[in-house]
Write a new protein. Structure first.
Length: 124
């Protein structure tokens, strides 16, 4: 549909590490969730979105303390109340992938917490 755009950079710090001294998977997933949600929210111009599904997650390479990483998102598809994006984190310098998630699905919700149509029509 379109190419991944890398908008956000982060530096891996000591609080981000697991017991093996590598980037903790939970931290990486929290960065993925936030970046994907911001991207989806900007595409739809809606602020009330919730994550409803994450597809297979692949931890491809470890992240090391002090490394600068970049987080990229891409629009995958748009439904009636949902939007699907892909997200990845990679080393900024080497472009080596650290984690990829093929599909993160968000749903727009109303004040009652139920799904509502977002009205966004994607043109290829
Ligand atoms: C950014 C964050 O971290 S948010 C915090 C974590 N997330 C949450 O708390 C959300 C908890 N979940 C919910 O409240 C509910 O599941 C809701 C309101 C989001 C959706 O309720 P549902 O009854 O499943 O809604 P419904 O069946 O109508 O589906 C809504 C849309 O989601 C899609 N959808 C629902 N479940 C899934 C799934 N597992 N995988 C892919 N798409 C899904 C549907 O295909 C539908 O898409 P469409 O309208 O574009 O065709």
């Amino acid at each position: 549909m379109n190419d991944t755009l890398f908008r956000t950079r982060k530096i891996i710090s000591y609080p981000d590490l697991n017991a093996a001294g590598k980037l903790f998977g939970g931290t990486a997933l929290s960065w993925i969730d936030e970046e994907s949600a911001i991207f989806a929210s900007c595409v739809l111009n809606r602020s009330h979105l919730v994550t409803v599904h994450m597809s297979e997650i692949n931890f491809k390479n470890p992240g090391e303390v002090g490394q600068i990483v970049e987080i990229g998102t891409k629009l995958v598809s748009v439904g009636k109340t949902s939007i699907t994006v892909s997200c990845q984190i990679r080393h900024k310098k080497t472009k080596t992938e650290i984690i990829t998630v093929d599909k993160v699905v968000f749903v727009t919700i109303g004040e009652d917490g139920q799904a509502i149509e977002h009205g966004y029509q994607h043109e290829e």
